[in-house]
Design a binder for this molecule. Structure first.
Ligand code: FES
Length: 174
């Protein structure tokens, strides 16, 4: 074999290795939805406690433990969310993060608005956008009521691609 032939084969081999190294993360990314579903804790139903702690007609702040947390996460594993009890049967559970850039929004009962301290985003009581930079309303967790306990599906942040909260809520006997 000539020196040119050896260098040609070596070049092809190195190109193959480099191509494989680049392809692995791309393939992993493309297949991530398949493996993400199988991750423990993903799309977990978590209890927010008794629904009675959320009075009808009011919006209250609460928190749940991140199902993906580990011992070193400390208090950062506690994820706050806003719970709106509409009429003791219908609820809304909002992610605390603004739909613009994720700052935590606060509920102001006097004005009936969620307000974002970062860029002035505002949302109505039902989470829909009122004004400011956010292009959409607050993200909602899917919920269900079982025997008087409020549960949310909280394995990941609710996002625009997630199933609609209002279409899949399940209510059982209070
Ligand atoms: S992060 Fe809330 S308005 Fe920008």
């Amino acid at each position: 074999m000539t020196r040119r032939g050896i260098l040609m084969k070596l070049g092809i081999l190195l190109n193959g290795v480099a191509g494989l190294a680049l392809a692995i993360p791309i393939v992993k990314y493309l297949l991530s939805p398949v493996f993400r579903e199988a991750r423990p804790g993903y799309a977990s139903w978590l209890s927010l406690g008794s629904a009675a702690q959320f009075p009808a007609g009011q919006t209250r702040l609460t928190a749940f433990q991140n199902p993906h947390s580990c011992a070193t996460d400390g208090v950062t594993a506690n994820i706050p969310c806003w719970v709106r009890n509409i009429d003791n049967v219908r609820f809304q559970v909002f992610a605390i993060n603004c739909a613009h850039l994720g700052c935590p929004v606060r509920w102001f009962a006097q004005s009936g608005l969620f307000l974002c301290p970062c860029h002035g985003g505002a949302y109505y009581a039902d989470g829909s956008r009122a004004s400011g930079p956010p292009e959409r309303g607050l993200f909602e967790y899917r919920y269900k009521l079982e025997w008087g306990v409020l549960w949310i599906e909280a394995g990941e942040m609710p996002t625009p691609g997630a199933p609609s909260a209002s279409l899949t809520n399940i209510s059982r006997a209070l």
